[in-house]
Each structure stands twice: as C-alpha cells, then as structure tokens.
Design a protein around this ligand. Structure first.
Ligand code: SF4
Length: 281
C-alpha cells in the first residue's frame, strides 16, 4: 500500500504567523486570545501550555493585552475593545484583510453585500460586523431567501470551497437578472491550492484521510471536496482517531490536512497509518 500526500496540505502562513505572534507576546507578558486562534485542538493545547488564556468575549478578559485571531474582527469590535483600555494585538491574516477591504469597497460603492460563508463563523462575523445591512448565504435555499437589490456585491469567507462559491454566485446572478451583481473572489490562495491538490490526490486514492480540527471550516470543506472523488474519506483530528479497518483492500491512501493542522500532527497520522497497515500484513 502506498501513501500519497496532496501537493499542498496543512498549516498556511496565516495561521503559522498568528501562532508565532501569540507565543512571542506570551513571552512578554500575560495574554488573552479573543476566540480560538485556530480551530485545531493540538495548537490550542500548545498555547494553553504557554499560559495563554482564551476568552470568547471581551467581558471574560483578565489581562491587559488581548489578541485578535487570524480570522480577524470588525473595526467596531476593535474600537469597543480599545475603549475598555485594553491593548490589542492583531494577528489577522493579511488575506482576511484583503476580504475586509473587498467588503468595505463593495459597501462604499453602494452594493448590498452578500457573503458566501457560515453565518456564525468568527471570520464572517468580522467581515459583516461593520455593515448595517447584509446577507450571508451558504446554499441555494439561502439564495432563494434573498431580497432583490439593484446592486449586489458578493464576497466569500476565505476558506470556502471555490466550486461552491462560483455556483452560488451563478445562482444569485440567475435569480436577479436585472441586478448589477459584482463578485470579488476572496477565497484565499492557500485554501484554493489545498482544495485543488486534494482533488488531484483524491482522484488517485482508494481511501482519503483528512487531518484537522472538527470545527475547522477549511478541513470540513476538504472532506466534502475529497468525497466527490473518493468514496472512502475519513476525517481525523489526530493519529488516535485512525482505525485500521479503514484500509482493508486499499492500494493507495491519500493524505491531506486543513490550514490549521501542524506538520507534526500530519506526520504522526502518516506514521500511524504505516504502522497499522504493517500490522495487518
Ligand atoms: S486559511 Fe487563508 S485566510 Fe485563513 S489564515 Fe490561512 S492563509 Fe489566511
């Protein structure tokens, strides 16, 4: 049995830089991260081990310094946090900033903003937090529920599957043929690279293992994407989740991982698969 890795997989520069910034600030003094810095339990435990606190809301912050995650936040939230006298460190990924600027430009130019993404995801809340009126869509039913506007400006959560985003933009255009529908593609490059590499890998594999946090959006998108090309796809958080029976009769096992998955977690999963398969003989 062979194990093939997707050509692009695992932690992106945005998450890597955010984790490094958190560790650097933790060395300088007590730090609280607002929300999960990344949706990966292994990374979160490493931060906890450094004494870094996590608060889901500013009300729960007990340190002078707070860090905004790689997912970013709205200007309104930043202003509210600073007004409390807290020092804010921003670990916002530059590609999330690109999405913020795209949304701001659409709103400034008079477009009604529609975000393709998960309504309750921290990044989407940040993208929409400075808007008074907007919509968030994730499927065709959401598109059907939209009201008509003369100008509709569409942007996407950075970790959405490109194929879904293009499909929904097309549905919006068909539903409102007389509206001016402008689409700014804000799905980030690392997400696109991981998705297309996952497709290439899944086409060849008998079994696909996707490594990443259960609540990581881009990891779940990889599971869905791979499922279109391979019938046997499994999502694991760590090597402990791997089951030997998944590999029965498999000749090629494909491996990919979400953008918040550290290299060492991927390496351990790969080593574990090899071990299980050798045990099976
Ligand atoms: S997934 Fe994309 S937008 Fe999010 S942190 Fe990584 S590079 Fe930045």
């Amino acid at each position: 049995m062979d194990i093939i890795r997707a050509a692009h997989l695992g932690m992106c520069f945005g998450v890597r830089d955010a984790v490094a910034l958190a560790l650097e600030h933790a060395d300088a003094g007590p730090l609280t991260i607002l929300g999960d810095l990344v949706h990966n339990p292994t990374v979160l435990s490493a931060l906890e081990a450094k004494g870094i606190a996590v608060a889901q809301d500013v009300a729960g912050v007990t340190t002078q310094t707070v860090m905004v995650t790689a997912h970013g936040t709205s200007e309104r939230t930043l202003a509210r946090t600073r007004a409390l006298g807290l020092t804010v460190v921003e670990a916002t990924c530059p590609l999330v900033d690109v999405a913020h600027r795209a949304v701001a430009a659409l709103a400034r130019e008079g477009y009604h903003v529609v975000i393709i993404g998960q309504r309750d995801h921290v990044e989407v809340r940040g993208l929409t937090g400075d808007l008074d009126r907007f919509d968030v869509v994730l499927d065709e039913a959401d598109v059907l529920a939209l009201d008509e506007h003369p100008r509709i400006g569409v942007a996407a959560q950075t970790t959405q599957a490109v194929a879904r985003v293009r499909h929904l933009v097309d549905r919006i255009r068909r539903r409102f043929p007389s509206s001016d529908v402008r689409f700014l593609d804000t799905v980030c490059k690392p997400t696109k690279e991981r998705q297309s590499a996952a497709v290439e890998m899944a086409r060849q594999a008998d079994v696909v293992i996707v490594v990443g946090g259960r609540s990581s959006n881009n990891t779940r998108e990889l599971v869905t994407t791979c499922g279109r090309y391979c019938a046997r796809v499994h999502h694991v958080q760590t090597d402990a989740d791997v089951r030997p029976e998944w590999f029965d009769g498999a000749k090629i096992v494909g491996l990919t991982a979400g953008t918040s998955t550290p290299d060492e977690v991927i390496d351990r999963v790969e080593a574990h698969i090899r071990l299980r398969v050798e045990e099976l003989g």
